[in-house]
Design a protein around this ligand. Sequence first.
Ligand SMILES: Cc1ncc(C[n+]2csc(CCOP(=O)(O)OP(=O)(O)O)c2C)c(N)n1
Length: 756
Amino acid sequence: MREVDVFPDMSPGELSFGKIPKCRWQKRLKDVLDEMVNPQLALEMLETMFWIRSFENLIVEMRDGRFKPREDFQFVGATHLSIGQEAVAVGAIAAIRPDDYITSTHRGHGHAIAKGAFALRRMSEEELRRWLGRDVSGTREEILETAIEEHLYRTVAELFGKEDGYCRGRGGGMHIADFRVGHLGANAIVGGSCGIAVGAAMAAWKLGTDRVVLCMIGDGATQNGIFHESANFACMAQFERGLPVVFVVENNQYAMTGQHYGEVTGIDYLARRGAAYDMHMMHAEVVNGMDVLAVYDAVSRAVELARNGDGPVLLDCECYRYYGHSLSDQRMKYRTAEEEEAWRRLDPIDNFSKQVIEAGVLTESEVEEMRQRCDEQIRQAAIKAANAPYPDPATIYEGLFSNTMCDEVPEKYRHVSVIRRARKFQRDSEGRIMYRHAICEALMEEMMRDSRVILYGEDVADYGGAFMVTAGLLETFGRGRVFNTAISEAAIVGTAIGAAMVGLRPVVEIMYIDFILLAMDQVGNQAAKMKYMSGGQPKIPLVIRTTIGGGRGYAGQHSQSLEAVVTHFPGLKVVAPATAYDAKGLLKTAIRDDDPVIFIEHQMLYTNKDVVPEDEYLIPLGVARIHREGKDLTICAWSKMVEVSLEAARILEEQYGIDAEVVDPRTLIPCDYETIAASVNKTGRLLLVCQAPETGCFAEHIAYQTQRRCFKSLKAPIQIVAAHNVPPPMSPTLESENIPSPAKVVHKAIELLNEG
Ligand SMILES: Cc1ncc(C[n+]2csc(CCOP(=O)(O)OP(=O)(O)O)c2C)c(N)n1
């Protein structure tokens, strides 16, 4: 039962919101030297800001031809510069531990440089050697110098798309990541990383660590749906503790050209957003983002709150980008020279340099020496990177999938505490159980095997899911591992990605595949791509369970078969089981797989029964099943269409003496084209049966793959029985006309046999 009853309360009153602090920090370095900030940290902050500015000045110079790291080098790629905003990246990242995480944005050079630099500076000699991946002699200081040099080099190399880059040139500057120092990736989809950050925070908390996540985002991102879904997710009351995530809004006043204040929002300060999500207004604060110490102070306090279970926090760091959105942007079309001048007077590097001199940490000439040294370090890194090789085209597939499984659960995750004994599904006299129960059994067994497997989605807990598949799991494993979410498809998927990246193995449910369209950025741009774009670094062991249906009069938005939509994104595996036996074995495999899997169940199969052994078994992904052998033609179908095809094959045999072979690929990605081709080479004819509209359906793709392999043995053109090219209609007559039936398959099969 639920923890809280919702009784009516209609008494009159007023809701009040607390005060949001603004620009609390009014001190200077000299006021806090040796207390909050020691001289070493002050130097590190200044040095890091210099590196960031040098790095981005170099981009400007390469673009306008003033600097060529090599005579024939052509710089290509995005030029989103954060010049003017360095204090936010540095102040925020200086305030976290090396093992804390960050997510970043398309304007994330500064975040990447700062995260690597501060993490390396805080590593022991041994950790530095491990990070370098080779044995380096010398003192810790010398090794650190080597590591910093390598860090700057690998950052520039990624900007240039070189093999030595952090992401082996797969991601470039807009998608840079170094998971070894907790940099979970920059994201070129505005707001795209919010769910990932919250998911990583959830995993950090559930795994019992005290790590914190900084979600670096722009002001534009706070208007995007994924930000709102993720902020709400992070604040859900059912989490005993607020999730340890700090949203650091780098509020440079503009999205691309859209001004949040006075144009695209109705509020002055974005910190006000915090009031929408939790009773503490997310401890929101407006921060002077032009002052590195103000940011350091605010983020330090925020991190302490988050680490102690009182997150999340929202910091609105007011700053300014000096250049346009990118170097091709004519910024004077949407802002004035006076405005720019006013912000430039607060320049974070000049401002902090003065404070460092005032505090007696460095002299003016020492500051200038540092600036020149940082410039030179970046230039040397660029020259080396320009001369380094590009990735070998033959390696283009490297990093796409892990293609590994969790064969053995680490000892610490094997101990699973249960509240109630796991539900047993009674077999009938022939050893059969329902498809829905087979799926539940798979979940139950995998959750028993590995405490990192968690399950969440809309209504999956007390209610057992819209289709009663997960009933009983809450009672067995408790709300820590089985919980409901808000209706936030994007956040469900996004958080699962972040959680999977840092150690959990989430299984999430999207009630109908029609709703996956609300999460399509998270599915297609994030889950599918984060591994590849970061050069293959993270494992993302994530299962997205969803359903297709049709046949119940639910019409266009609850009956689609969108499997081809998800197969289109390289980096996802896609499974669509037709029987209870396959569903159980494939789901268990999907949960153990280290890559993201979309697991598509069929609502009209949930009550179908099949023999499902009680003993453990797994079914590998990418292995088709021949349901029925035959010699006259091959019928290829998956999910519910296997049942339709088997019925058609029975009619063909009984009424027409035609012997059809029925093949089910079971997994669409990877797809066992070879088994299908072997069947077609034997029969000479292929009929594909698919519940999706014909145009762009997965059957069209199998047809292409098969004709490539079987051209010579085909006796007739490949045919497809699919739905009409209309949204699924509601009326029974129209709906049954739309969904392929055994009669239609029989008809097409006979036509096919009469050809060639
Ligand atoms: C979802 C999405 N919409 C639009 C874009 C195009 N775009 C790239 S950056 C940007 C502005 C983002 O503004 P903000 O979040 O404030 O970050 P900033 O660029 O100011 O750092 C836009 C509109 C995008 N990349 N992603």
